[in-house]
Design a protein around this ligand. Structure first.
Ligand code: ASP
Length: 359
C-alpha cells in the first residue's frame, strides 16, 4: 500500500509538468496524437484488399499531417481542426462529405472540440450547409459565449463567422444514399427524393452495401492530441446514424459523452450515441483514469483499465463502439466491436495504423 502511494505520488509529480508545460524526451518536447475513423463489425476478409488499403492510407495520411504539425510545435486546437477537416472531406468517413443521410434524405452534421487546459469547448448539431462542422465547433468555442449551437442558429453563426458553406449535393455519396434507402424501406417509410444537384443513380455492389452497413454503422471521426506545450485537445465529427429521424442527435456533439478533454486526459468516442450519452462515456473514462492513476503502476494501465471497464459496462447494457484517448500523452484505445479504424503516433514512437481488433 505504502509503495503504491509512493508510486502514485511520483506519478503525480511527473504528470503535472507533462500536462501543463510540455515535457522533454532527449531534448525534444513530447507530443502525441491518436485518431479514429469509426468502429463496427469490421472483420478480416469482409473488405477487399483495395478498400482496406485505402482506409489505411487515409489514416496514415491524417496521422502524418497531425504528427508533423505537432512536432513542429503547432497548437493542439489547430492540429485537431486541421486533421478532422481532412477526414471530413474524405468520402470514406461518416463526417462532412460522405456522411450518412437522414430518413428525409439530407445530411445533418454534428461536431465538437474541447481543450483540456482551460476546458474551453464548442459544439454544433444538426448542421446541413457548413463544409467543416469541426471549424464551426471551434468558432463556437472561441467566438461565442456558448458551448453548443444547433440547426439554423448554428448556420447563422457560421455565416457571421464567414465559414465555408456547402450544398447538400457536396456531401452526397451514392453508397450512403443507397444505405439510407434500404433502411427507410425496412422502417416502412417512403424513400425521399434525391438532393438537388446529386449525380444520377449508379449501381453499387450489393455486398458493398452489406459490408458498409456492418462496418459503418459507426463511421465518425475523432482526433486527440497532446501538443508540445502539454495541452491535450479532443475533437469529434459525424453524420450520426443512417436514416435518423426527428432531429436525432447522438453523443458526438455532447461534451462529456462523445468528446472530453482535461489537463491529463483527452478522449473521442464512436458508437451507439444514445448509450454514450447515458453513460457520459468520455468524461466518465477520463475521471476514472484520473482516479485510478493513484492506484495503478502507470498512466497507461490506469487509462486502459478505465476505458476497458466502461466498454464492458456498455456492452452489458447493449451499447457498442469504441474510444481513443490520450492520458498524459499515452495513446489508449478500447472497443467492444470487432474493429475500429484507428492510428496513433508520438515522439519516440513508431506510427501505428490498425483496423481489426487483434492488431
Ligand atoms: N456516435 C455517433 C452517433 O451516435 C455515431 C458514430 O459514432 O458513428 O451519432
Amino acid at each position: 500500500m505504502m509503495i503504491r502511494t509512493l508510486l502514485a505520488l511520483a506519478a503525480l509529480l511527473f504528470a503535472v509538468p507533462a500536462a501543463q508545460a510540455g515535457s522533454e524526451r532527449s531534448g525534444e518536447l513530447e507530443w502525441s496524437i491518436i485518431i479514429h475513423g469509426g468502429a463496427g463489425v469490421i472483420e478480416r476478409g469482409a473488405m477487399d484488399a483495395e478498400t482496406e488499403a485505402a482506409y489505411r492510407a487515409a489514416l496514415q495520411a491524417a496521422l502524418e499531417l497531425g504528427g508533423n504539425l505537432l512536432s513542429g510545435g503547432a497548437d493542439g486546437v489547430d492540429v485537431v481542426e486541421a486533421v478532422i477537416r481532412v477526414l471530413e472531406d474524405d468520402p470514406k468517413f461518416n463526417a462532412g462529405r460522405g456522411a450518412v443521410f437522414t430518413s428525409e434524405g439530407r445530411v445533418e452534421l454534428d461536431a465538437s472540440i474541447m481543450a483540456g487546459h482551460s476546458r474551453a469547448a464548442g459544439a454544433v448539431a444538426g448542421v446541413t450547409g457548413v463544409r467543416h462542422p469541426i471549424s464551426l465547433a471551434r468558432a463556437v468555442m472561441e467566438h461565442s459565449p456558448h458551448v453548443m449551437l444547433i440547426g439554423d442558429g448554428a448556420e447563422n453563426f457560421a455565416a457571421e463567422r464567414e465559414l465555408e458553406t456547402a450544398e447538400q449535393s457536396f456531401f452526397f455519396t451514392e453508397r450512403r444514399w443507397q444505405a439510407m434507402e434500404r433502411q427507410v424501406e425496412r422502417m416502412g417509410l417512403p424513400v425521399p427524393p434525391r438532393p438537388e444537384g446529386a449525380p444520377d443513380p449508379e449501381p453499387i455492389r450489393e455486398g458493398a452495401l452489406d459490408l458498409m452497413e456492418r462496418e459503418h454503422r459507426f463511421g465518425t471521426v475523432g482526433v486527440v492530441v497532446m501538443d508540445t506545450h502539454g495541452v491535450t485537445v479532443a475533437g469529434t465529427s459525424t453524420g450520426g446514424t443512417t436514416a435518423k429521424r426527428w432531429g436525432r442527435v447522438g453523443d458526438t456533439p455532447i461534451i462529456g459523452a462523445g468528446t472530453w478533454a482535461d489537463r491529463r486526459c483527452g478522449l473521442s468516442a464512436t458508437g451507439t450515441g444514445e448509450y454514450f450519452i447515458r453513460f457520459n462515456v468520455a468524461a466518465a473514462i477520463c475521471h476514472e483514469a484520473n482516479r485510478l492513476m493513484f492506484e495503478q503502476h502507470s498512466f497507461e494501465e490506469a487509462a486502459q483499465i478505465a476505458a476497458d471497464r466502461m466498454m464492458e459496462t456498455l456492452e452489458a447494457d447493449g451499447g457498442d463502439g469504441g474510444i481513443v484517448m490520450l492520458f498524459v500523452g499515452q495513446p489508449i484505445w478500447a472497443m467492444n466491436t470487432p474493429g475500429m479504424y484507428r492510428a496513433s503516433w508520438g515522439l519516440g514512437r513508431e506510427p501505428y495504423v490498425a483496423i481489426y481488433g487483434d492488431e
